[in-house]
Ligand binder design. Sequence first.
Ligand SMILES: Nc1ncnc2c1ncn2[C@@H]1O[C@H](COP(=O)(O)OP(=O)(O)OP(=O)(O)O)[C@@H](O)[C@H]1O
Ligand SMILES: [Mg+2]
Length: 258
Amino acid sequence: MSVVDESLDQAARDTTARLRFDGLSMVFPDGTHALEDISFSVAPGEFTTVVGPSGCGKSTLLRIASGLERGYTGGCDVDRDSIGYVFQDATLLPWRTVQRNVELNAELHHVDKDERQRRAAKAIELVNLTGHEDKYPKQLSGGMKMRCSLARSLVLNPGVFLFDEPFGALDEITREFLNNELLRLFALEKFAALFITHSIAEAVFLSTRVLVMSARPGRIIGDYEVPFGAERPHDLRFEPAFAELCGRINDDLKGAHA
Ligand SMILES: Nc1ncnc2c1ncn2[C@@H]1O[C@H](COP(=O)(O)OP(=O)(O)OP(=O)(O)O)[C@@H](O)[C@H]1O
Ligand SMILES: [Mg+2]
């Protein structure tokens, strides 16, 4: 592809982007320089994952996208009415059942009760929690809590989904199972996904694109289109092409720590 074609392709992609960072930098009031000149966009049906050393500014980037963090310079363009988030601690309300936790966001958006219950039932079905509606968070496993947290965001049918290490605290088998579930949801809902993980294999398995960030201040130092299609069988993880891409990202990360 020629340079011109590439820039046209980029421009076409940008017009449909649901989330766009443009020369974004962030210095906290105490002088901590967290992010430097971040530019990329995520369109519907794109699953972009950011990997980078601890403390390089990944969560800060997601917090800026979600509107929780201000004081940045440069651009951050996102439809904030259409964002779903899943963070590492599932942050379910312990006094609410699964059903009532999943209804929460719809309640906050003043969706009426019948509609709320209908959407919650659909979201619970999408994440395979049907039959567990009346349980409280303390009765759920870690993986079930994450699925409940996912369902809670799905009721608002978000155009942009932000994930900050959602599966980091789970064992590998549960994590791989939830990776498949998330890919299934992504294929159905076609949101724009921005995902953060410390696992290179998870990044490559889930994503259409992987970005590597340097140590603080975080800059983009690697950018990989993932060449695998939408169908991602479990054994993809053992393919040479998969290992090769993981290896290249790993090399970038080693450089990032230097
Ligand atoms: N409110 C704040 N005020 C000052 N510094 C902050 C604030 N929040 C975060 N930082 C600093 O900004 C840097 C980036 O933090 P951030 O949480 O974004 O890193 P991260 O890449 O998500 O790390 P991890 O992989 O460990 O989750 C860190 O040095 C952190 O100490
Ligand atoms: Mg973080």
